[in-house]
Design a protein around this ligand. Structure first.
Ligand code: SF4
Length: 371
């Protein structure tokens, strides 16, 4: 007997935008919160965009603040990593391939877009497999994929390196600036200047990690967390669950995104990532150097590691003047608290990375006119 054909799960997404459900949830949140001050942080850039799109920040009870966190991979990429990619792009015979958002992120003195305009070969790709294809087509050139992203992206990068190994490519390498989410949450939970009462945990990342890696928030900091999806009902349900746990003083880690996230996540994807990468200390923009928060390519695959393959010198880094991205990424201030927001810094002319990516907090606040 042949196996039954796989079909997409029958999910009625309209139910997750149902106005009556939304009104009911908002009413329940108001009753639970009352006039208490509660700070919740959404960790994921896609949540930041959804919250902005649906205008949730402005309709929450007065004391309930929704702060944006370090959930945009472009935003948390350290200036030094951008500078290194720019230095690589200036090497003779090198082609840099990367995601579009990385092009406009300002480094210390330049950006990849400016370098491309100056004649260096920098290409936008949609996946690391596109970079592999370029490597096969241009065997006389060195192709470096500049990789950023969290747990969701890493398995695909690992797969591209395994594929390059399989195809015996000798002109393909990856500059890996990939990061892991829990160490950033730990840094924020431990930050005396950012009092977070609960975390809206990332939906996409959790599809890979499951919910176990967040337990320390409760065990060590007594801070609850809820994994949620991205539709209005998902987000409001997460806020309601968090508000209830905060008010009752009963912190837990909960999964409100059962249609997307299982408690154990995706073990196969994690094993793929672990085959190629190992944890290392990494510098995050705004959060500094966090132990075991980054990923480096294992020695077995060192020939695909651009940081080992190329010996390039870079000048000391210079942070963008006046930019408060560090405080924004920690939730210490809202983007509108930056004096440059909407004046010297706009999506057309970004001063810092949080105004570049569509998932950056500053860009989302600008687009949705949030306060
Ligand atoms: Fe940085 Fe611009 Fe955001 Fe200010 S508004 S924190 S300068 S990205």
């Amino acid at each position: 007997m042949s196996a039954p054909a796989k079909t997409a799960p029958n999910i009625d997404f309209g139910a997750f935008r149902d106005p009556a459900l939304v009104r009911g949830l908002i009413g329940r949140i108001e009753r639970i919160v009352g006039d208490r001050p509660i700070n919740l942080m959404e960790v994921c850039g896609t949540h930041t965009v959804s919250i902005g799109r649906y205008g949730f920040r402005s309709i929450m009870p007065t004391g309930l603040r929704l702060l944006s966190g370090p959930g945009c991979p472009v935003c948390v990429t350290a200036n030094r990593d951008i500078d290194y990619a720019i230095a690589l792009a200036r090497q003779e015979g090198v082609i840099i391939a990367t995601f579009g958002d990385m092009m406009r992120v300002p480094g210390s003195t330049s950006s990849l877009r400016a370098e491309k305009a100056a004649g260096h070969d920098i290409r936008i790709v949609y996946s690391p497999l596109d970079a592999l294809r370029i490597a096969e087509e241009q065997s006389e050139r060195e192709i470096v994929f500049l990789s950023v992203g969290f747990e969701t992206t890493t398995p695909a990068i690992a797969a591209s390196i395994l594929e390059a190994s399989e195809r015996e490519l000798t002109n393909f390498s990856v500059f890996a600036a990939n990061k892991m989410t829990p160490p950033a949450l730990r840094a924020i939970a431990d930050d005396p200047e950012t009092r977070i009462d609960g975390f809206i945990l990332p939906g996409h990342v959790s599809t890979i990690t499951g919910i176990e890696p967040y337990r320390f928030l409760v065990d060590e900091f007594s801070i609850p967390g809820v994994v949620t999806g991205f539709e209005p009902v998902d987000i409001l349900e997460g806020i309601e669950m968090l508000a209830r746990m905060v008010v009752e003083g009963k912190p837990r880690i909960e999964n409100a995104y059962l249609r997307g996230v299982s408690a154990d996540g995706n073990r196969v994807a994690r094993e793929l990532a672990t085959q190629v990468f190992e944890p290392c200390d990494a510098t995050w923009r705004g959060l500094g150097k966090l132990p075991q928060s980054g990923l480096r390519i294992r020695q077995e695959f060192a020939r695909f590691d651009a940081s080992q393959r190329f010996d390039v010198a870079i000048e000391p880094t210079v942070e963008p003047r006046g930019c408060r991205c560090g405080d924004v990424l920690r939730g210490r201030i809202a983007p509108t608290g930056c004096p440059l927001f909407g004046t010297a810094c706009t999506p057309e002319h970004p001063v810092g990375p949080c105004m570049v990516s569509s998932e950056g907090s500053c860009a989302a606040y600008f687009r949705y006119r949030e306060e």
